[in-house]
Design a protein around this ligand. Structure first.
Ligand code: F6P
Length: 419
């Protein structure tokens, strides 16, 4: 057994010899022994990676961690599919080596591109100016096999995981990595991207506060999050919002106006309302901004803040202004928290492939890495529940959640028409 092994740039290793100084890239035998003890094969692994669904800060950090861990510890080649499952169906890919991921830790977006319209089982194809939906999953499997891939790491949200569950049924070995600014993936405590989006939203609320104070206005700040109120709740709390409206708890507009008037009566003649894009009034509908015909979830929400503003202005005569943060929340650099989380997820995903632990979603429970079966969490959304501790803290602070202050929260939301 030689003293040293040399890990080449391409991931293969060969015997080396200890010199006066240790050349870069040389690892000692203890390391190799640990590797073999973990049951990790020396034979070359070829792994596909794709990013699916809406982008979020931290995707590049995951890709980088997979490539670097694969290179350092698992003799792994990485093939990146472009634009999510679209790339796998259309056979668009690129080899991703260590040099390709240099410097991307802090970059927002994804170097692989993404798509939230690419379900291989319902793949949109334009025919005579109209989309028809075809099952292209077998083509995706053929492309995967032709590239000699052993496994696929899928970085995505609930929609991407639902498609992945189907691809697993077709024999593809998959490890999932949860991402989304919405933080709504079932079975996971936190997804990377959420902290960055929450930070951007909080910074925006901070800025809006000063102009709200100057003009004595009600400022309505709308945040993304789809059908879950995590972004609204967390950024509303962190930004010192006075009223927080979430999709899970339809609001009573009279109660919202009462909260505004009560603040004015106390001499606080401005209010900040943070509203999740999926919020609605009791008995009312969510505001749909547009429908995307060729997207698995066709609905795009947005614009509820205009409705809330018109209602508050109409009922209180206090001037309102609206800011919709929209895609701003998905852009920019990941926060240090998200960089670390995304990196940990990427490292773990590479290890899981090497261990042959497929069909699982990487994740965090508390502070520990833990995995959950993709099939159990696919297509499910995690919502804010009435017993959520942060929601309870909001109530203790006297933040209005859109329910009348004299009716207990649970009792109010037990009424017909409420969830
Ligand atoms: O799921 C992430 C998300 O940003 C949601 O918060 C939002 O509703 C949706 O994606 C917007 O999608 P698109 O990028 O297609 O407009």
């Amino acid at each position: 057994m030689p003293d040293l092994v040399d890990i080449n740039e391409d991931g293969w290793f060969r015997p080396g010899f200890r010199g006066a100084t240790t050349p870069p890239g040389f690892l000692d035998c203890k390391y190799t022994a640990k590797w073999l003890k973990q049951g990790m094969s020396k034979s070359k692994l070829r792994v596909g990676v794709l990013t699916g669904g809406g982008d979020c800060p931290g995707l590049n950090a995951v890709i980088r961690a997979i490539v670097k861990t694969g290179h350092t510890e698992h003799n792994m080649d990485v093939v990146g599919f472009l634009d999510g499952y679209e790339g796998l169906v259309e056979n668009r890919f690129k080899e991703v080596g260590v040099r390709d991921v240099s410097g991307i830790l802090t970059q927002g977006g994804t170097i692989l591109g993404t798509s939230n319209r690419a379900d291989p089982f319902r793949f949109p194809v334009l025919q005579d100016d109209d989309y028809v939906y075809l099952d292209r999953s077998s083509q995706a499997v053929r492309n995967f096999e032709a590239l000699g891939l052993d496994a696929l790491i899928v970085i995505g949200g609930d929609g991407t995981m639902a498609a992945s569950a189907g691809m697993m049924q077709k024999g593809i070995k998959i490890v999932g990595v949860p991402k989304t600014i919405d933080n709504d993936l079932e079975g996971r405590d936190v997804t990377f991207g959420f902290d960055s989006a929450m930070t951007t939203a909080t910074e925006a609320i901070d800025k809006i506060l000063s102009t709200a104070q100057s003009h004595h206005r009600v400022m309505i700040v709308e945040v993304m999050g789809r059908y879950a109120g995590w972004l609204a709740l967390y950024s509303g709390m962190a930004g010192g919002g006075d009223i927080i409206l979430m999709p899970e708890f339809p609001y009573d507009i009279t109660a919202v106006c009462e909260a505004v008037k009560e603040r004015n009566a106390k001499g606080k003649n401005f209010s900040i309302v943070v509203v999740g894009e999926g919020a609605s009034a009791i008995g009312g509908d969510m505001v749909v901004q547009k429908r995307i015909a060729n997207s698995p979830d066709q609905i795009r929400l947005g614009g509820i803040s205009h409705r809330v503003a018109a209602q508050i202005e109409g009922l209180t005569n206090i001037e309102c202004r609206v800011t919709i943060l929209g895609h701003l929340l998905r852009g920019g650099q990941p926060t240090p928290f998200d960089r670390l989380l995304a990196t940990r997820f990427g490292v773990e995903a590479a290890h899981m492939v090497a261990r042959g632990q497929f069909g699982q979603l990487v994740g965090l429970r508390g502070t520990e890495m833990s995995s959950a079966p993709i099939e159990e969490v696919a297509g499910k959304q995690r919502k804010v529940t009435p017993d959520n501790p942060v929601l309870r803290n909001a109530m203790s602070l006297g933040i209005s959640l859109g329910h009348p202050i004299d009716v207990p929260f649970e009792e109010f939301y037990a009424k017909p028409g409420c969830p």
